[in-house]
Design a protein around this ligand. Structure first.
Ligand code: GDP
Ligand code: IMO
Ligand code: MG
Length: 426
């Protein structure tokens, strides 16, 4: 029996989806435990190309049960359209999908409120995915949320929805947003819930049975450590816990059961939205990486900002997650570059020659940090065909070893393309 968590070690989109899909083959359970449909996890497998936002990446494997834990917030439109996508692909979901009734629901006012805040912040906006994450999690922690449990009891749901609209509609109106209609939301959510009802049941018992029976459990993290609400570049972060520590509470499994933490990181750095990014490349090299890596957001289509691999950040995110092994992805994207750089630490104007760490300051402080780089020769040849580490060009092998040394964790997988087979196991 092994419990494995897959986490993002940068600002999201590290290719967690690919690795969950790969590892799901050996799992009895795959579970999502944080975030919502702000996530977009791409899977390329014999069924096709899927960009999943809420449903765990295990449904492609017939023996796997997929769970959505209480730490996830649900947009019911997204969930229903994903379920229908699986059904159209001929994938049987009967008895395979479990949705915790403790999950909070993204209501129509959440993205609207988010937009009001983002507009008010102007240039200082977070640059969210506009899925209402901030407001839905704010309602959750301030006891104003509406959960799947509430939809089981229509009168309870009606009571709660009325209270929320009584507070939220006047706020929206002040900012020129037309008020939302109770009856419309009430009917729509109940109808959506009726279509989901068969899968809404608490997965806690199933997790306990699986632990006792020796089955393998795979926990699928969304976002990345640098977007974590406590440890990310706040306020340029997300609303949930994106660390391995969040997996325990977000699904309902004791931390001592987690055996492996797989940290997924790109061979360079990307970020979507606002906030500091010390190794960002705004010139031609950044564009080359963006084009080669097709760095456009899965959820919003926005261009992702690209930069050199930041070992200072990756070391921190591996430490805070307790990463036991690394999956280094998209190394093929660097194939054409004559030289490659890695950031080993930061200089800050306030501290002369002294090297500083990410965790010492806030987002504003990080904005002023200057990365210190080492430069390595590029390999200038394709890596996509490599299936063994020894088949990678020597310069690419040296690059991987340099990352291992600076980050302090062994690389167990090198990904050379989006497909399942485009993977080197070390
Ligand atoms: P996630 O959110 O962490 O699951 O990552 P995304 O799916 O949002 O973004 C990763 C993107 O990179 C997807 O389009 C993948 O198909 C693609 N991808 C994954 N691994 C590789 C790789 O090794 N090389 C290349 N070129 N693309 C990859
Ligand atoms: P996956 O799981 C990349 C970013 C947004 C924005 C910030 C806050 O696919 O890796 P939010 O909508 O969460 O309030 O936006 O977080 N963000 C992501 N960036 N990948 C993600 O998920 C992300 N989820 C949120 O771009 O900067
Ligand atoms: Mg993504």
């Amino acid at each position: 029996m092994t419990v494995t968590t897959v986490v993002g070690c940068q600002w999201g989109d590290e290719a967690k989806g690919k690795f969950v899909d790969l590892l799901a083959e050996h799992a009895s359970i795959v579970a999502r435990y944080n975030g919502g449909d702000n996530a977009g996890h791409t899977v390329v497998n014999p069924h096709g190309v899927f960009k999943l936002r809420l449903t765990p990446n295990g449904l492609f494997n017939p023996g796997v049960r997929c769970l959505i834990g209480p730490g996830v917030v649900l947009n019911l439109d997204t969930l229903l359209s994903e379920i229908s996508l699986f059904q159209k692909a001929g994938i049987d979901l009967h008895d395979r999908l479990w949705i915790s009734p403790r999950c909070h629901i993204v209501m129509p006012y959440h993205p609207l409120l988010e937009e009001v805040y983002e507009k008010a912040k102007g240039k200082a906006k977070t640059g969210t995915t506009r899925r209402g994450m901030g407001p839905v999690f704010a309602d959750k922690v301030s006891y104003n949320g509406i959960r799947m449990f509430d939809l089981l009891e229509p009168s309870q749901f009606a009571e709660k929805l009325k209270i929320q609209l009584a507070v939220k509609n006047p706020i929206l109106q002040v900012f020129g947003v037309p008020p939302l209609d109770f009856e419309q939301i009430y009917q729509e959510k109940l109808a959506q819930f009726a279509s989901l009802r068969q899968w809404v049941r608490e997965p806690f018992g199933l997790v306990q049975e699986t632990l006792a029976g020796g089955g393998n459990i795979l926990l699928e993290g969304a976002q990345g450590a640098l977007l974590d609400n406590n440890w990310g570049t706040y306020p340029f972060c997300t609303a949930s816990i994106t660390l391995s520590g969040g997996a325990a509470a977000g699904l309902g499994i004791a931390p001592r059961h987690i055996d492996r933490v797989i940290g997924v990181t790109k061979a360079y750095t990307t970020r979507v939205g606002g906030g500091p990014m010390p190794t960002e490349l705004t010139g031609e090299t950044g564009e080359i990486i963006q084009r080669a890596g097709q760095e456009y957001g899965t959820v919003t289509g926005r261009a992702r900002r690209c930069g050199w691999f930041d070992a200072e950040l990756a070391r921190f995110t591996c430490q805070i997650n307790g990463v036991t092994e690394l999956a280094l992805t998209k190394i093929d994207v660097l194939d054409s570059l004559p030289t490659v750089k890695i950031c080993t630490g930061y200089h800050h104007p306030s501290s002369g020659d002294q090297l500083r760490h990410y965790w010492e300051g806030d987002a504003h402080w990080l904005e002023d940090c200057q990365p210190l780089y080492i430069e390595l020769p590029g390999w200038k040849q394709p890596t996509t065909q490599a299936r063994r580490f020894a088949e990678l060009p020597p310069q690419a092998q040296a690059y991987v070893h340099q990352i291992e040394e600076l980050v302090g964790v062994a690389v167990r997988w090198v990904s050379v393309g989006p497909g399942r087979d485009e993977t080197i196991v070390i």
